[in-house]
Design a protein around this ligand. Structure first.
Ligand code: G6P
Length: 283
């Protein structure tokens, strides 16, 4: 089985790695390069530092949250979906669906006592990339309610020093660099000039990132994290090339400010978590 699935739609292309079901490249029509940042440094055994890693079932570290249920108390940082090999269950040229299940990985139940299925579908069109994550809590679980966070960790190949994000004015946000202090966004655009690590609660369903990218998200993804490590932390990251922090901004739609509680046997779709990223200009 190939490690990477290639998608094509007219002259647009995308690549999805089985490792983490990570979209590692996305080139819409008329674009000569991928619009997704990818680090030039590869550290074996670590998730991709770039593309669109998936965060599930915990965002950040256990210590970042005051409401972590017992069932998530052993979850690794950003969960386990981004560093497991997923399985391709459907492929059709411009669309692929991959799965991660406790049937394939029974050992996941040791730290997260649920039976579940994750299905991640990626659809490419000439101008857009649409990612949909479906979460199913199977009735064979020991526990009645499965708690989780989910997030699409989009690394967009845009200059961190000049890119602005529109659509978050007036929203509350948790500034993770100030211990989670809740502030209100007064600016009509947000920038990444300083280190940035903020979880915005709500906001317009479509965010404009820079000049050319629109990020659309479903109602099931109410939060958006904006992150760039800045120079000091960025240059200290073992999996990021020197100066790499200047080459990306992360705009991450998710359900991470609180936990989703999914009853046993219940499937929330369509879709529980859907993130749509599309090229607005230049096509
Ligand atoms: O280094 P990672 O585990 O991939 O996390 C990278 C970043 O992800 C998110 O954006 C978080 O809000 C940040 O706090 C974190 O630093």
């Amino acid at each position: 089985m190939e490690d990477v699935v290639s998608l094509e739609a007219g002259s647009a292309t995308a690549q999805v790695a089985l490792y983490g079901s990570t979209v590692i490249a996305w080139r819409p029509k008329k674009s000569t390069e991928s619009l997704l940042f990818m680090s030039k440094k590869d550290v074996a055994g670590k998730p991709y530092r770039g593309g669109i890693p998936l965060v599930f079932p915990l965002f950040g570290a256990v210590s970042d949250h005051s409401d972590v249920p017992q069932t998530l108390s052993k979850a690794p940082r950003h969960g386990f979906a981004r560093d497991r090999r997923w399985k391709t269950i459907d492929f059709n040229g411009d669309r692929v669906t991959m799965s991660l299940t406790t049937q394939d990985y029974p050992e996941l139940r040791d730290g997260y006592p649920f039976d579940f299925e994750l299905h991640h579908s990626i659809l490419l069109t000439e101008t857009a990339l649409e990612c949909t994550l479906k979460v199913k809590h199977l009735s064979s679980s020991q526990n009645d309610e499965m708690a989780f966070h989910a997030l699409f960790h989009n690394y967009l190949a845009l200059p961190s020093q000049s890119t602005k994000v529109a659509g978050l004015q007036g929203r509350s946000y948790r500034d993770k660099l100030q211990g989670g202090k809740v502030l209100q966004e007064s600016q009509d655009t947000c920038s990444y000039v300083e280190p940035k690590d903020s979880v915005y609660l709500g906001g317009a369903p479509t965010l404009r990132i820079g000049e050319a990218i629109e990020l659309k998200r479903s109602e099931t993804l109410p939060d958006t994290t904006l992150w760039n490590p800045g120079k000091e932390a960025g240059d200290g990251m073992s999996d990021l090339h020197n100066g790499g922090w200047k080459e990306f901004v992360c705009a991450e739609p998710g359900h991470v400010a609180s936990f989703v509680h999914l009853a046993k046997g219940q499937e929330v779709c369509p879709p529980l978590c859907a993130s749509r990223v599309l090229l607005l200009l230049g096509c």
